[in-house]
Each structure stands twice: as structure tokens, then as C-alpha cells.
Design a protein around this ligand. Structure first.
Ligand code: 6PG
Length: 253
């Protein structure tokens, strides 16, 4: 039976964001070694509120010089495109805090996808410690697609989840948009994987992934289960509305 991890439910996105920021700060500042702290950010729209909250309320509490920021995935677009995960993070976070530019490792969506997947894989391998021979992130932050995708690993693309590469190219199944994505082995090699899921639109997929067993094998999110690491789900009340008492939930109300 896969471990579902720790599930925390918050009344709204703001309180979820504050909790996420405080956890991140504790982990970064607890990391007394000189070694930097690495995080892979998720894309999409959910992180916007998290990043804005960190920038507005916690920017002075984070030792930005210790933080190395990577991306879990990126759309193969120019960084000036509104579709760019980097642009979203830059506008809601990087521009508002004192993180050194050299600590931000952007996936260059404007590059040829196969070249960039290989280039970025090398960057990650060079900047992270290894565990079991694979780069180990301190934190991998994930969103959840309503079709069960994580990063840019979409349903029925489990060959990307199980790839031996660090980052792979992917294609959005309905738009055909090319993507660069972290692979499942690297996700599951992290010290901590944090899913951040908000909104009623995610309640059904969340119910299926967290309560139904056997899980639907086409959902990549079902295979996120860090070996030796922690798995935490940060949910708002709307996203968690279909979860029942079959699973243990911490209500942070
Ligand atoms: C991306 C993301 C993707 C996202 C989910 C949830 O590049 O779009 O990495 O995996 O996290 O699709 O997206 P929302 O936060 O917009 O619901």
C-alpha cells in the first residue's frame, strides 16, 4: 500500500501559503551546513499566491543566498511569454526578493527541447548532491493537474515518469505544447515532495488519487512516493471537499 504522506487542509490559499512559507523557512534555516538548499518550483497558476505571500511577508526571513531555485518543468516558450513558468516566478517572487541571479536555474524554454532537457539535466546533476546515484533535491514542489499529471508528465506518458534521465522532453496531450519536465525518479529521490493543490476543480482527482486503491495507473501523480523522503499534501478546503474519513487529514483551521 503506497504511503499517502501527510495531508494538511487549510481554510484558504492564504493560510496554506503562509504555512508553506514557514515550513520552507524552517527547513532552509535549519540546514546549518554551508551546503545550499535546493528547491524545484512547480509551474501553473497555484504557486502564484504562494510566491506572492513569500515575497510580501517572508522575504526578510529567508536566507536567499543559501537557496538554489530550479524548476520542475517549463513550457517550451520564450521567458517573456505569459505561458512561461519562469516568467510567473520572476514576476511574483524573484523580482521582489534578494535572491542572487546566480541562484536561479532557469529552464531555457526557448532552446531546442531535446538539447535543453539534456543541458538542464547536467546543470541539476552538477548542483545537487547525489543519493543512490541520482541528484537529490531538498524540496520538490508539485501542483496537480485535474487529469492527474504532475510537472509535465501527463497521463499515459509514464515512460517519462520512469525515465532514467533527470529531465525529459514532453508534449501536452491536448495543446501539443512541448515541455521540459523532471522525471519521476528524481521526484521520488527528493528529501521532501510537497503537493500544493487548491480549488474545487481539483477535488475529484484528489479524491481518486488519495482514497481509491488500486489507483488509476494512468495518473502520474499516483506514482509520486518519495523513497526515504517525506510526502506532504497542502490542500485548501475546496480541493479537499470530497476526501472522507477513510484517510487521516490534519485540519489546520
Ligand atoms: C505546469 C505545471 C503543472 C501544474 C498543474 C496544476 O507547468 O503547468 O507544472 O504540473 O502544476 O497543471 O496547474 P494549476 O496550478 O494551474 O492548477
Amino acid at each position: 500500500m503506497r504511503d499517502k504522506g501527510i495531508i494538511k487542509v487549510f481554510p484558504d490559499t492564504e493560510s496554506l501559503a503562509e504555512h508553506a512559507a514557514e515550513c520552507l523557512i524552517k527547513k532552509i534555516n535549519k540546514n546549518f551546513s554551508n551546503q545550499s538548499f535546493s528547491i524545484a518550483l512547480s509551474g501553473g497558476t497555484t504557486p502564484k499566491k504562494i510566491f506572492s505571500c513569500i515575497a510580501s511577508k517572508y522575504s526578510e526571513k529567508i536566507n536567499w543566498h543559501k537557496l538554489k531555485v530550479f524548476f520542475g518543468d517549463e513550457r517550451c516558450v520564450h521567458p517573456s511569454s505569459d505561458d512561461s513558468n519562469y516568467k510567473m516566478a520572476d514576476e511574483t517572487l524573484f523580482k521582489l526578493v534578494s535572491i542572487p541571479k546566480k541562484n536561479i536555474f532557469r529552464i531555457k524554454g526557448e532552446n531546442k527541447p531535446s538539447y535543453e532537457a539534456s543541458r538542464y539535466s547536467k546543470i541539476v546533476a552538477e548542483n545537487l548532491p547525489l543519493k543512490d546515484g541520482l541528484p537529490q533535491f531538498d524540496v520538490v514542489m508539485l501542483g496537480l493537474g485535474d487529469d492527474g499529471h504532475v510537472a509535465s508528465i501527463f497521463p499515459n506518458q509514464l515512460e517519462i515518469f520512469n525515465s532514467n534521465k533527470i529531465y525529459e522532453t514532453a508534449v501536452h496531450p491536448s495543446t501539443g505544447q512541448k515541455r521540459i519536465s523532471i522525471t519521476g525518479k528524481i521526484i521520488n529521490n527528493a528529501k521532501l515532495v510537497v503537493f500544493i493543490v487548491t480549488g474545487e476543480g481539483k477535488s475529484k482527482i484528489l479524491y481518486e488519487i488519495l482514497t481509491l486503491t488500486p489507483h488509476n495507473v494512468s495518473y502520474p501523480a499516483s506514482f509520486v512516493n518519495p523513497t526515504g523522503g517525506e510526502l506532504i499534501w497542502l490542500l485548501d478546503a475546496e480541493a479537499s471537499k470530497l476526501l472522507n474519513n477513510k484517510i487521516s487529514i490534519q485540519k489546520i483551521f
